[in-house]
Structures are given as C-alpha cells and as structure tokens.
Design a protein around this ligand. Structure first.
Ligand code: OAD
Length: 256
C-alpha cells in the first residue's frame, strides 16, 4: 500500500463525518460508459440532441430511444467492488453520506444487496442528477416506476396515467435545475464533513463539482481517487491515481 493510501485510510477512519462524491468513473469497471473519457458518451453523442428539455420537445422519440438503450445497457451491468465496499461502509457507519452524479442506480443496488433483508436506507445515495430507472411526467411532474418504452414511433411513447402528457426519464438534463431536496442534502453533508472522498468524476459539472470545495471551505479535507488529474487535484489533500475498483476497497478496509 502506498503512503498516500495509508494516510487516506487513516483520515477516513478518524473523520467524524464523511461525504463521498462519485461520478461515472466509479461505474466504469461495471461496463457503464463514462461521458468525457475515451469511449465516453459525449464523444459519440451530442448532449444538445439528447439531454436537454428542448431536445425532448423537438424529438421525444429520439431522446427516448437513447435513454431506453442506456436503461438496457445499465440493466446488464452489476455493482463492482467500489460500489459494494462503499455500500457496506455507509450501511454500518452513520457518519457516511454517499452523493452520486450517476443515474445508473448501481450504488442503490449495492446498498440493497449489502442490507439483505435489513434496511438499506442509510446506504442509499443522494442522486443529484436523478435516476435512469425512474420515469417522470413532463406535464404534472409525477414520478413513477419505469415502464418498458417502445420508441419505434412517437405514437407508442409512454404517457402519464394521470394527465396524459408524455413521460420522460427522471434525469436532470442540461439547462435544468437539480432537485432542491437532493441538493440541500448533499450541501449539508458537504458542509459538515471532515473529509470529502471524491471518486471517478472529472469535476467539471456544477453544482456537484462544488461540493468538495464546500467541504474545504468549512475546514475539511478532500481525498481524490481518479486515474487522471482533475480540477480538484490542486485542492485535494491526497490524490490517489488509480481505478476505483482497486483503490476504494483498500481505502475502506476496517474503516468505521
Ligand atoms: P466524466 O465522464 O466527465 O468523468 C469520468 C471521470 O472518471 C474522469 O475523470 C476519469 O478520469 C475517471 N475514471 C475513468 N475510469 C475510472 C476508474 N476506473 N476509476 C476511477 N475513475 C475513473 O463523468 P462525470 O464526472 O460523472 O450529467 O460527469 C459529470 C456529469 O456530466 C454526469 O453526471 C452527466 C454528465 O453530463 C448529466 O447527465 C446531468
């Protein structure tokens, strides 16, 4: 184990409260594509055609086709060792809050497995960018379980059973506000944390990328796990260059 890993482990063990902020990199080893790296979704697809309210208003069929593809992709993936060790930790230590930008549901799946028949609530992440695995009505905003989407034509797209408007995936699109409740929870966790552990995010999308800075501003420390340098590297007390599946389980061994 490197000196940095040992020191990070000690800091996490000694901290009174910890926020864990994750991004697409934590799910990379599960087979979920990241957005900006090699093979990233935003290299192949254009966000303005697929991930904005305007795109949905213009061509809901195309948008649904893309999200239905992503749902299928994520359904075939499983939580990896990083999701699992974070879930175990958050389940057994009340000091941990997991905040994720990911919409793939893998943290939540790991939490439910870790809890078995018990209560997974404390290990469930705050999903600041929403969830691919939930629908939302574009008219009345009601959230619902995801339906199977037939995106072969605009006539077959799913509609709200209450108001008849088109359903959409419950994810945050570019130009949209984040859910107020989720942001408030994440912000509170960042402001009160002694350590912010940041795993697998390019830290380019706000306001999520500001959470570690919030911890810093309140006198806490930032620990980063990422194979690449990011804008957070210069504010991080410790930056561990490595893949989440290799580093995170080692960091959390016997961390209470
Ligand atoms: P990005 O694709 O921007 O960044 C992924 C990060 O993960 C990069 O810094 C990689 O170096 C790192 N990474 C890659 N493989 C890794 C591994 N095995 N272990 C650890 N880290 C690894 O994804 P995000 O930062 O999550 O928003 O992107 C933020 C937001 O931008 C997303 O939530 C999404 C996107 O547009 C919305 O859709 C609203």
């Amino acid at each position: 184990m490197s000196e940095d890993t040992g020191r990070a482990r000690q800091l996490l063990r000694d901290a009174g409260a910890v926020i864990v902020l994750t991004g697409a990199g934590v799910s990379a080893e599960s087979g979920v594509p990241t957005f900006r790296g090699p093979g990233g979704l935003w290299k192949e697809f254009r966000p303005d055609e697929l991930a904005t309210p305007e795109a949905f208003a213009r061509d809901p069929r195309l948008v649904w086709e893309w999200y239905a593809w992503r749902r299928t992709l994520v359904a075939a993936c499983a939580p990896n060792a990083a999701h699992r060790s974070l879930a175990e930790w958050a389940l057994h230590s009340r000091k941990v809050t997991i905040v994720t930008q990911n919409v793939d549901g893998l943290h939540a799946r790991a939490a439910r497995v870790a809890a078995g028949n018990g209560d997974a609530a404390h290990a469930l992440p705050v999903e600041v960018h929403g969830s691919l695995l939930r629908d939302r009505c574009s008219g009345c905003d009601a959230r619902s379980e995801p339906v199977t989407v037939d995106a072969t034509s605009s006539a077959t797209l799913p509609r709200c059973t209450r108001c008849g408007a088109l359903l959409r995936p419950d994810v945050v699109w570019f130009g949209e506000m984040l859910d107020e409740g989720a942001v408030a929870k994440a912000d509170r966790a960042a402001a009160t944390a002694d350590v912010c552990l940041v795993v697998g995010t390019s830290a380019l999308v706000h306001p999520a990328a500001l959470l570690p800075l919030r911890t810093r501003a309140q006198g806490g420390l930032v620990i980063e796990v990422n194979p690449e340098e990011t804008p957070l590297t210069r504010v991080a007390e410790i930056s561990i260059r490595g893949r989440a599946v290799e580093v995170v389980p080692v960091l959390l061994v016997r961390t209470a």
